[in-house]
Design a protein around this ligand. Structure first.
Ligand code: ATP
Length: 230
């Protein structure tokens, strides 16, 4: 169980204080597929970064089971992030001088034992294993970053617009694979997206506006990926 209580995160914007997160509270059960929706600037990425321990809030707490991550010291927080979480960013952050397969293996070097060959098939990168990142399209690089995150076998997978650079067919292929793997390994997915279609496959949808949660929808019957219209 992940509990988020009264998160506040402000930025100084000229003379004004901008509330990127304004008293945000929510809870997420293990194994959920959570989608965070909202207009640009509504605080989605900030929420994802704070929940995952990448950024520190001004106040409030993020509690995994029974420990508060901002009560951990820097070393403990790093261990938590290394052992429990993986992140798929909008920017791919691939290592430029090693090939596709080695980039994906970077995930397992940290922890985990996912079969790299299965993952390469799952994200549709078969045949491209020996290329360097600059020899790939943007969408292919994003698939490497997705594969690297999955190779880590996380308990919590945080995704910031993971299919933003992908076409419909590839996006659906990746989402299908993500859901299959989630059923198999029972990890939790928390995904920021602008794509309202993706919300239909989520078990929980969190809608944000101006740093606040305006609606939380629990979806008892999430759709299959092949049922959604893009
Ligand atoms: N490091 C920062 N310094 C100052 N302001 C910031 C910083 N990071 C975010 N903000 C501001 O906080 C607000 C929320 O930003 P955030 O990136 O969380 O929004 P978002 O909903 O993810 O937007 P988008 O959909 O465009 O990615 C925005 O107004 C943004 O300009």
């Amino acid at each position: 169980m992940l509990r988020v209580e009264n998160l506040v995160k402000c930025y100084q914007n000229g003379n004004e204080l901008l509330y990127a997160l304004n008293s945000v509270s929510l809870s997420i059960e293990e194994g959920e597929f959570v989608v965070i929706l909202g207009p640009s600037g509504s605080g989605k990425s900030t929420l994802l970064n704070v929940i995952s321990g990448l950024e520190t809030p001004d106040s409030g707490s993020v509690i995994y089971d029974d420990y508060e991550i901002f009560g951990l010291n820097q070393k403990e927080l790093t261990m938590f992030r290394r052992d429990k979480t993986a992140f798929i960013f909008q920017a791919y952050h691939l290592l430029p001088f090693i090939n596709v397969e080695a980039n994906i293996r970077m995930g397992t070097d940290l922890k985990g034992s996912q079969n790299i060959s299965e993952i390469i098939d799952g994200v549709g990168l078969r045949g491209l294993e020996h290329r360097l990142p600059y020899e790939l399209s943007g969408g292919q690089q994003q698939r490497v970053s997705i594969a690297r995150a999955l190779a880590k076998k996380p308990d919590f997978l945080f995704c910031d617009e993971p299919t933003g650079a992908l076409d419909e067919v590839t996006s659906k292929q990746i989402l299908t694979y993500l859901k299959e793997l989630q059923n198999q390994l029972e990890f939790t997915i928390i995904m920021v997206t602008h794509n309202v279609s993706i919300a239909q496959i989520a078990s929980k949808v969190i809608k944000m506006t101006s740093g606040r949660i305006v609606e939380i929808i629990n979806n008892a019957h999430p759709r299959n990926v092949n049922e959604i219209k893009w």
